[in-house]
Design a protein around this ligand. Sequence first.
Ligand code: SAH
Length: 225
Amino acid sequence: MSLHARKIRMIMNLRRAGLTDGAVLNAIERVPRELFVLDHFHDQAYEDQALPISHGQTISQPQIVAMMTEALEVRKNHKVLEIGTGSGYQAAVLSKLCRRVYTIERYKSLLAEAEQRFHHLRLHNITSRCGDGSKGWPEQAPFDRIIVTAAAAEIPQTLADQLAIGGIMVIPVGPERGEQVLVKLVKNEDGSLASKIIADVRFVPLVAGALPEGEARTAARRAEN
Ligand code: SAH
């Protein structure tokens, strides 16, 4: 079966699973997921499964990407913050739906690969940077929407602070190997947050703090040369 046929089958399966937002499905259809997975997983790019990327991280299952994007209720004029760029796939899908995506990844090499994909696909409304996403992007706050694609032990207050009034945040919450739930938060007029659990999920953890040593060393060596 061709990749195109597999993609159409995937979209049909998303519809069948109740993910029926036309704009979201259209965005998913326009992003070639095979370019975001490792070469030897090309054939599986349109199966409904998470796939490994480097550094022990994963690109989320299409159904989860669709569910999170739908829950985010993204509009054309929105400024969206994503924490956990990973392969860049979720950011690419969002870029088709909003004005600008700001995305943060803690691994330099993952970010560099994602940036190449954005460039290759001419996704010019994505701005990215390397760092600890749990601190958000204060210079660009407030954001209409915030999506976190790694599981947080609890909702980071800093991110909640960077959400606009009436804004929506979608974030997996729970311990690394325990039960995690996908939470949708809406910021009320008075700044308080209304929350709703959407689904049970499994994400890699949101790791706060400095880069892992190996990466930091490689980065330092590169800077010396
Ligand atoms: N959205 C990605 C998948 C994310 S996997 C995609 O579409 O492919 C989760 C990512 O979050 C990993 O790449 C991991 O390195 C990153 N991450 C974990 N903690 C982070 C933090 N504090 N700041 C930024 N990125 C983080």
